[in-house]
Design a protein around this ligand. Structure first.
Ligand code: NAX
Ligand code: ADP
Ligand code: K
Length: 499
């Protein structure tokens, strides 16, 4: 058993169907009930470590094998002499086979199984959520729903078995009210829903026990970690004979009236990421003056008129759209036709969503040997897909993959647990980052930083590059309790150069 975050090597994530396949394969090779015995013991060990010796441990068990894990844990904790209250909120005669075996084992060991819900926890108590796991198929009702509400109101520390009840393991979306845990112990496989959408917020500190099973099943997604960044930094160590021309050019286009800051942030990030030369192309005189005055004397200026010349973009890495407003739209046909490498963000994405002509130009880029990375937040993704934001969020992995296939581009679907998808590629979920990034301009920093990295690594597969940029961006915010101003974020990211 180990804490999952921070992640170094990427970790495979299995959806519910594949987790069940793994469980069936492993169970077939082991004596009956072995996996549940191991799962219950793992839960008991973690609970024993988390709860102070005098604390009461409350265990609420539901109608499936998740409840069975809780019952096996109850048996071990009882035998260890812990103060226990075990409430089994299911029809004991209808438990599945493993859970029925667990109930019999708990009963035989002398555990008292209460049959009603009565949570009267004190602060310092530990409450184990064994109500619902991977088998969640509809919003909880009746006693189970009441239990979830009661747990969310209780003063106890909450440990969720496998995943918080009410959280969908495939998508990270709550189905009805979901339980908010302080700790979650994922059993056998890690599931995508633990790491994206509401997953990160609901799971608390995440633990994993693989129950001694090595998975032969191909990942549905990868949880990407520090290794992506380490690999990038190893590959792009600055040699003694390097000069600014070794690190590529970035052209940042944005900063419509009133949005000069977005341009400054993106251009400043590209520069701090290490690009050789960074040209800021403001879509308003005010934005250009802003760039001159922003204290980044290293930035160069590119007048928008110059974008009419294809050579201004055909060698550079272009970051387009940060604070672009409507003024970005007339520039996009040229950018889409000529930019060798194009990061499309914010209003650049909104303009594409509103125009089938621009969509066609974007799609054509891949066949012309030009690469594109799109960085939508959920609303921008919704506009591109012609659906609602909640439909995007309902299955973030699927939404990102649809965009990637539809536009023949790498896509970063931002938000808690950013999803990185590319055509015909297993997607990744970024493991770093926190709500410290929920501040204005942090997306501009990501787009600019990504452009700055790309200018130095023109040949690197965009899926790897995007994963490394997301990890770097999130890493800089890890450990911050409060908001992190976007300009400070750039400095925090720069502090991780070469580490
Ligand atoms: N069988 C085994 O050997 C193992 C089981 N494990 C545990 O088993 C869990 C999966 O077990 P199950 O497949 O039984 O799934 P659950 O324990 O999540 O329960 C599913 C049962 O609840 C019902 N249900 C679903 N949503 C409901 C709702 N909203 N209200 C009321 N009932 C609802 C389902 O119809 C099903 O009968 C995992 O999450 C994990 O905790 C793991 O420990 C691995 C080993
Ligand atoms: N709660 C959160 N947890 C992790 N990352 C977050 C969170 N909120 C925002 N972010 C990250 O911050 C950035 C915000 O980007 P975006 O929504 O485009 O903001 P802006 O337009 O203000 O720059 C994205 O990279 C997103 O993934
Ligand atoms: K649970």
């Amino acid at each position: 058993m180990h804490k999952v975050l921070p992640v170094t090597q990427r970790q495979p994530l299995l959806n519910v169907a594949h987790s069940r396949q793994l469980e069936a394969q492993a169970a077939a090779a082991l004596p009956a009930h072995t996996l549940m015995a191991r799962a219950g013991l793992a839960v008991a060990k973690l609970a024993h470590a988390l709860a102070a010796p005098e604390a009461c441990i409350w265990i609420v068990c539901g109608p499936g094998n998740n409840g069975g894990d809780g019952l096996i844990a109850a048996r071990w904790l009882h035998q260890a002499g812990r103060r226990l209250r075990v409430q089994c909120l299911a029809d004991l005669s209808r438990l599945p086979a493993d859970a029925a075996w667990a109930a019999a084992a708990a009963h035989a060991a002398g555990v008292t199984l209460e049959r009603s819900l009565e949570l009267d926890c004190a602060a310092g108590d530990l409450l184990i959520d064994a109500l619902l796991g991977m088998g969640l198929s509809r919003p909880a009702e009746g006693l189970l729903a009441a239990a979830i509400t009661a747990v969310n109101r209780s003063a106890a520390t909450v440990l969720a078995v496998d995943l918080p009840s009410g959280l969908q393991a495939d998508t990270g979306q709550a189905l009805g009210e979901a339980l908010r845990a302080d700790h979650s112990l994922s059993l056998l496989s890690l599931k995508p829903g633990l790491f994206t959408a509401q997953g990160r917020a609901l799971c608390g500190t995440l633990w994993h026990d693989d129950l001694g099973v090595v998975s032969p099943i191909e990942a549905d997604a990868w949880l990407s970690g520090a290794q992506t960044l380490q690999a990038w930094q190893t590959r792009h160590r600055r040699t003694a004979d390097s000069h600014k021309g070794s690190f590529g050019d970035v052209l940042v286009v944005g900063g419509a009236p009133g949005m000069a800051g977005a341009l400054q942030l993106a251009a400043g990030a590209a520069l701090s990421a290490g690009a050789g030369r960074v040209y800021a192309c403001g879509l308003d005189d005010g934005a250009n003056v802003g760039v001159i005055r922003c204290g980044r004397a290293e930035l160069m200026h590119c007048p928008p008129e110059r974008l009419a010349q294809p050579e201004s973009q055909s060698q550079a890495t272009v970051v387009a759209g940060c604070g672009g407003g409507a003024a970005i739209t007339p520039l996009l046909p040229n950018l889409l036709r000529h930019a060798a490498r194009l990061v499309l963000d914010a209003d650049g994405l909104n303009a594409v969503a509103a125009s089938t002509d621009l969509q066609a130009l974007l799609r054509q880029r891949a066949s012309a040997g030009q690469s594109s990375i799109l960085t939508p937040h959920p609303l921008e993704a919704a506009r591109l897909l012609g659906i609602s934001t909640s439909e995007v969020q309902a299955d973030r992995l699927h939404s990102a993959q649809l965009l990637a296939e539809g536009f023949a581009a790498t896509v970063i679907l931002k938000g808690s647990g950013s999803v990185i998808a590319s055509p015909s590629t297993t997607p990744s979920i970024n493991s770093s980052g926190s709500a410290a990034l929920a501040t204005p301009g942090s997306g501009d920093v990501l787009a600019g930083w990504l452009g700055g990295m790309w200018a130095q690594a023109e040949e690197q597969p965009t899926q790897e590059l995007a994963a490394a940029a997301c990890y770097w961006h999130g890493l800089a915010a890890d450990g911050w309790a409060g908001p992190l101003r976007a300009s400070d974020l750039i400095e925090q990211m720069a502090a991780h150069h070469g580490r």
